[in-house]
Design a binder for this molecule. Structure first.
Ligand code: 9WN
Length: 445
């Protein structure tokens, strides 16, 4: 265990224990009282260091909510959460009554999805158990979960990429996991909001200032997009034909490539068929090509594409470094790293730590406190750290890990951090922040 951050491991483990709902973990104590998809994947990465069996159940309880199409819903609801504690509860989504593809039991789900970190997490759980008494059990966990992960990735490769571009289409900024990023501003501005009943904002009760959360105009659009998906009864083909927000998301797509690399290794470990392995290998190649096609020479970044307007979404955010996450950067890797560590990103004057901000501080739409518009997210730092390590950039990876741990030691396990002051923002005791701290602390040992 790391000696440099005394007591931190225990504190992080305590956060996960307090947020443990018995087999699954709420994303945060008040602001997010349910099980979120990519949160759970990160949480299981941290849990693996505490208890591999419990880490495995984090993923399997989430996958119990998987739709028959293979989609893994972005929220699996907590039946015990007080009614109205989160704006869009299960009754609003009405997933099982609107779609025959949704599972209604044991816990209802939302109808969107989030970036597929799950195969990375499943492989991690196995790797942590390697050489211990739990190894056989972890291998049988992998064998059991493999089919579900394959179906999930197949859903993304087909329903979410009918063009065969290697890039995933999202229907809502919530699917990106970077909800309020300026990445979505232009595409959202083309969404005309229709009649909607008035609604309350429980999320604003759990943060210090409204500026830490999306604005009313943004929330109207978020809710309107959900209304439209409901009207289409969550039918993918109908949505693809009529939905006003259809965007190729490069960060989601890059995480899928990294997850497919992990899935390929899982396929090898569980002795899956050659056919399966070829299929996964094909998805990886296509993903690399898709990301390569989104590279913008002028900005030196990868750009999301709005399928409705046919235009790239030109704004400098963390998503632009997608090829680093997927390992698709090839000869551009050095350039991307130079930009990541330039004043336009992690080495901006006055930043407390050299960590990647969600939006470039040189963008007009940068805001150091606003949701996904500037602050630093520890889980995003973890994704970069993992990619740096895989690419053999050991020194940079070590620096990033240390800076992140200092940030968490100073501000606690907050949801996100102001990049200049290091002030913790959003929710306290966010599960995934505690989980990546645990992984970082154990990694040094
Ligand atoms: C909507 C739970 C989730 C994260 C997302 C983050 C935020 C939800 C919200 O919280 O999104 O899904 O209500 O703002 O943006 O990445 O998974 O932690």
């Amino acid at each position: 265990m790391s000696d440099s951050f005394p007591g931190m491991f225990e504190k992080a483990a305590e956060v996960l224990r307090r947020n443990d709902m018995g087999g699954w973990t709420r994303a945060a104590p008040d602001l997010y009282p349910h099980q979120w998809s990519w949160d759970s994947a990160f949480i299981s990465i941290g849990l693996a260091r505490l208890d591999t069996r419990r880490a495995a159940s984090e993923l399997t309880t989430l996958l119990d909510g998987q739709w028959t199409t293979g989609k893994v819903p972005h929220i699996v609801f907590n039946p015990e959460a007080p009614p109205g504690s989160y704006l869009l509860g299960p009754e609003h989504w009405a997933s099982a009554s609107l779609s025959k593809n949704a599972v209604g039991t044991p816990r209802p789900t939302s109808a969107l999805c989030q970036p597929p970190v799950h195969a990375i997490a499943a492989l991690h759980i196995f790797e942590v158990s390697r050489g211990t008494v739990d190894e056989d059990e972890a291998l049988s966990f992998l064998s059991n979960i493999y089919g579900r992960l394959l179906r999930w990735h197949r859903y993304l490769a087909t329903a979410r990429d009918p063009e065969g571009s290697g890039l995933v289409t999202i229907y809502h900024p919530w699917e990106s996991g970077t909800d309020n990023s300026p990445r979505w501003d232009v595409a959202l501005s083309n969404v005309r909001v229709g009649e909607m009943p008035p609604y309350a904002r429980p999320d604003l009760e759990f943060v210090d200032e409204p500026s830490e959360r999306p604005t009313a105009a943004e929330y109207d659009r978020f809710l309107w997009l959900v209304d439209l998906l409901k009207r289409a009864r969550y039918d993918e083909v109908k949505v693809y034909g009529s939905h006003p927000f259809l965007v190729k998301d490069v960060l989601f797509s890059a995480i899928l490539v990294a997850a497919n690399e992990a899935l390929l290794e899982v396929a090898r470990l569980v002795k899956a068929s050659d056919k399966d392995r070829e299929l996964i290998g094909g998805w990886i190649d296509l993903g690399h090509r898709g990301l390569d096609a989104c590279y913008d020479e002028n900005l030196g970044l990868c750009l999301d594409h709005d399928l409705r307007s046919g235009e790239p979404l030109r704004v400098r955010t963390i998503a632009g470094f997608a090829p680093l996450i997927s390992g698709s950067a090839g000869p551009r890797r050095r350039e991307l790293l130079r930009l990541l560590y330039s004043r336009a990103f992690a080495s901006h004057d006055g930043f407390r730590w050299q960590l990647p901000p969600s939006t470039s501080p040189e963008e007009a739409r940068f805001h150091p406190r606003a949701y996904w518009r500037g602050p630093v997210w520890p889980v995003i730092s973890w994704l970069f750290w993992r990619s740096l390590k895989l690419a053999g950039e050991d020194e940079r990876a070590a620096d990033l890990r240390r800076a992140s741990l200092e940030q968490l030691a100073t501000g606690g396990f907050a949801e996100y951090f102001e990049p200049f002051t290091g002030e913790p923002l959003g929710s306290d005791d966010q599960s995934w922040s505690a989980a990546v701290a645990i992984d970082w602390l154990t990694d040094e040992a």
